[in-house]
Ligand binder design. Structure first.
Ligand code: IPM
Ligand code: MG
Length: 360
């Protein structure tokens, strides 16, 4: 099969972790007889430095023409990087948001899974981590506060900023359907997270999710308020299967969920539209503090590449092989610095990529 990919190495640790994911993908292609055609495009700070904007029209067109996009991470230190002296619409993150919107990537899937081998890195009490957990956050990605009208004005000498949270029923319905479909292939439970005790957008969210649920009698639905969900994630993460939520809540809860897995360096993600196209990226950021040191954990990006094989190319066997390689390497005791624990062998980012490739 021909895999027509666009890669976005991005900023910070992005180029290092994408290089390792490419290494693994090339090994998969070699072993299973596929051909990878890949092209790198610039986005985020890397694009600002060259083109003055975080994403060019040409880069969007190239991403659109691919079957899938594999991304590292974008952005820099918001306190020190000159990128953050630019107007907000020219900063690195604006490139990612523009790409999500241009490709209509409304469904963001973020699995959070506790590997047995990493239980020691889990910051929760042992009696909680012992039960393990395996959840998937289905985050709405092209609506809500991120894309509502915003402005900063001055009224009578007082500065005032406005962000708007808007959802229409169609936006809610399509992401709810994705959540129920995924739940069917998992343990059959959806927890829809909102703030329906305060927000109108959440009340509509709840009503539409209930309507969609009627078509999925085999899936259990529960509603949970977002503040309670934040608490439940550290109290009893095993209760969750699929968490369905809007853009901003999903951003926050997915970072929390990833942290309880032991390291944010382990979590993959897929951003999908209604076709087979997808953008795959680790859930973590660009970690500028450790960039260029060859110590980042490439596993989240490698697992994102596995999601790409599964969702965009239907290459389940190949995706399984990549996930199995991750499990093997962990079982054999190899760890990057972020997940290091006593008795294990510490390896660099590129060594981790080599070890993973060798196990495919
Ligand atoms: C994420 C990131 C992005 C987001 C930023 C970089 C705009 O935090 O993918 O979770 O908030 O969506
Ligand atoms: Mg985030």
């Amino acid at each position: 099969m021909k895999l027509n990919l666009v890669c976005i190495p991005g900023d910070g640790i992005g180029p290092e972790i994408v290089a390792e994911a490419k290494k693994v993908l090339n090994r998969v292609a070699e072993k299973y007889g596929h051909e990878i055609i890949e092209k790198d495009i610039l986005m985020g700070g890397a694009s600002i430095d060259v083109h003055g904007v975080p994403l060019t029209e040409e880069a969007i067109a190239q991403a659109k023409a691919a079957d899938a996009v594999l991304m590292g991470s974008i952005g820099g230190d918001t306190n020190t990087s000159p990128w953050y002296q630019l107007p907000p619409n020219l900063r690195p993150e604006a490139g990612l948001l523009a790409l999500r919107k241009a490709l209509n990537l409304f469904a963001n899937l973020r699995p959070a899974y506790l590997y047995e081998e990493l239980a020691a890195a889990c910051p929760l009490k042992e009696e909680i981590s012992r039960a393990g957990f395996d959840m998937l956050i289905m985050r709405e990605l092209t609506g809500g506060l991120y894309f509502g009208e915003r402005k900063t004005v001055e009224e009578n000498g007082v500065r005032k900023a406005i962000d708007t949270l808007t959802y229409d029923e169609n936006e809610i319905r399509r992401i709810a359907i994705k959540a129920f479909e995924v739940a069917r292939k998992r343990r059959g439970k959806v927890t829809s997270v909102d703030k329906a005790n305060v927000l109108d957008s959440s009340r509509l969210w709840r009503a539409v999710v209930n309507e969609v649920a009627a078509d999925y009698p085999d899936v259990t639905l529960e509603h949970m308020l977002v503040d309670n969900c934040a608490m439940q994630l550290v109290k009893d993460p095993a209760q969750f299967d699929v968490i369905l939520t809007e853009n901003m809540f999903g951003d926050i809860l997915s970072d929390e969920a990833s942290m309880v897995t032991g390291s944010i360096g382990m979590l993959s993600s897929a951003s999908l539209n209604d076709t087979k196209f997808g953008l795959y990226e680790p859930s973590h950021g660009s970690a500028p503090d450790i960039a260029g040191k060859n110590i980042a954990n490439p596993i989240a990006t490698v697992l994102s590449a596995a999601m790409m094989l599964r969702y965009s190319f239907d290459l389940d066997k190949e995706a399984d092989a990549v996930e199995e390689a991750v499990r093997k390497v962990l079982k054999e005791g190899y760890r990057t610095a972020d997940i290091m624990s006593e008795g294990c062998q510490k390896v660099s980012c590129s060594q981790m990529g080599d070890l993973l490739s060798e196990r495919i």
